[in-house]
Design a binder for this molecule. Structure first.
Ligand SMILES: Cc1cc2nc3c(=O)[nH]c(=O)nc-3n(C[C@H](O)[C@H](O)[C@H](O)COP(=O)(O)OP(=O)(O)OC[C@H]3O[C@@H](n4cnc5c(N)ncnc54)[C@H](O)[C@@H]3O)c2cc1C
Length: 327
């Protein structure tokens, strides 16, 4: 129920606009590394100082006009340039819908191609994030077409799909991030039950650790992390074959602990004005994430995320355009 509410809120255009206007004063700064590149680089440097590398997401998605898609591409090219010039340990993550996938496949393909080429110039990896099921096939098509030209790209496999193992086998020779899956998907294609998703997740991780090129284990789930630690030890998986990944601002102590223990660790660092949808989806995944902003709620006189969420809930209920569900 709460998941549906937050997913609905993540698409509310009124609130998206308000969020852009009022910046991060709604509590999201805990999980978004700033609204501009300088702030993001500062956050990356802090993480790098702890031995943590980063994958940078210049927030944005579900763009429906060509100009916005090209602007998004230009901004991502600037991020790549900044990573190189400021010599930080980071690569990038991109979302195809931000780069025009909903407008025209070839527009998106060319945008991603330019990004991959620029990243290649600086020996940087580009992760093509996986969005909802309606974008699954075209996203894999992007990966297939571009991997003929570039070796520095990889993508994401979502464990909630019944046929996730087939995808994983197909992308065995890629750097793959394995996640549980963040979107609301129908039961004919995706597991709904947490236990089913978790057991498929473990199966995929184990398989790719043994047979794949490089595995990014992207989860905040300490049960799974502990399982993976035991598995890599038992099977002597080299440390250059995998990494743990978590989102910026989540389970910070655990992120630092894993890095201190010597595990390869990468934090997903989202930044930019378009943070609202990302933030709402994190609340959808785990409403307890509201705890993350509780401190600010009690410290600040400005608008609070709870107030906004409550108002948004009412608006969301009133707004018919909220009906279609999304990640
Ligand atoms: C780096 C990264 C990249 C991602 N990229 C994508 C993508 O491209 N496409 C996509 O669909 N999804 C993506 N996701 C989201 C992912 O699919 C999940 O929706 C999300 O990670 C939540 O699942 P989980 O495995 O973290 O743990 P959950 O199943 O949410 O939680 C499992 C357990 O872990 C513990 N836990 C979890 N979070 C916390 C917390 N904050 N504090 C304390 N305990 C906690 C709790 O005990 C909880 O019961 C990404 C996630 C990460 C971390």
């Amino acid at each position: 129920m709460l998941k549906d509410i937050f997913i609905g809120l993540s698409q509310n255009q009124l609130l998206i606009n308000a969020a852009k206007k009022y910046g991060l004063r709604l509590g999201a700064q805990t999980v978004v590394a700033g609204t501009n590149l300088d702030e993001a680089i500062r956050s990356i440097k802090e993480l790098n100082a702890h031995g943590i590398s980063c994958t940078v997401d210049n927030l944005g998605e579900f763009v429906f006009n060509e100009k916005e898609a090209r602007t998004a591409k230009e901004q991502i090219l600037e991020v790549i340039q900044a990573i190189h010039e400021r010599d930080v340990d980071a690569h990038i993550s991109i979302k195809p819908t931000q780069l025009g996938l909903n407008i025209d496949y070839n527009l998106c393909l060319n945008n991603v191609r330019e990004i991959a080429a620029k990243a290649k110039q600086y020996n940087l990896f580009v992760n093509i994030d996986m969005e909802d099921s309606s974008h699954l096939v075209p996203t894999f098509n992007l990966v297939d077409e571009l991997s003929v030209e570039f070796e520095n790209i990889g993508t994401v496999i979502q464990a909630y799909y019944h046929n996730a193992m087939e995808y994983l086998e197909k992308y065995q020779n890629y750097q793959i991030r394995i996640v549980k899956g963040a979107y609301k998907e129908p039961e004919d294609i995706a597991y709904q039950d947490k236990q089913d998703i978790d057991s498929n997740y473990i199966k995929l991780i184990e398989w790719h650790l043994l047979h794949g090129k490089f595995t990014s284990i992207a989860t905040h789930d300490h049960h799974i992390i502990n399982h993976v630690k035991r598995f890599v030890k038992k099977h002597r998986i080299p440390y250059d074959k995998f990494e743990f990944q978590m989102l910026y601002g989540f389970r910070k102590e655990l992120q630092l602990k894993l890095a201190e223990e010597g595990y390869p660790f990468c934090t997903y660092v989202p930044f930019g004005n378009d943070w609202y949808g990302y933030f709402m989806r994190r609340l959808a995944e785990r409403p307890q994430n509201l705890n993350l902003v509780a401190k600010q709620i009690f410290n600040k006189k400005t608008n609070t995320v709870l107030g906004v969420a409550a108002g948004a809930f009412i608006l969301g209920r009133m707004t018919k355009s909220n009906k279609k569900k999304r990640k």
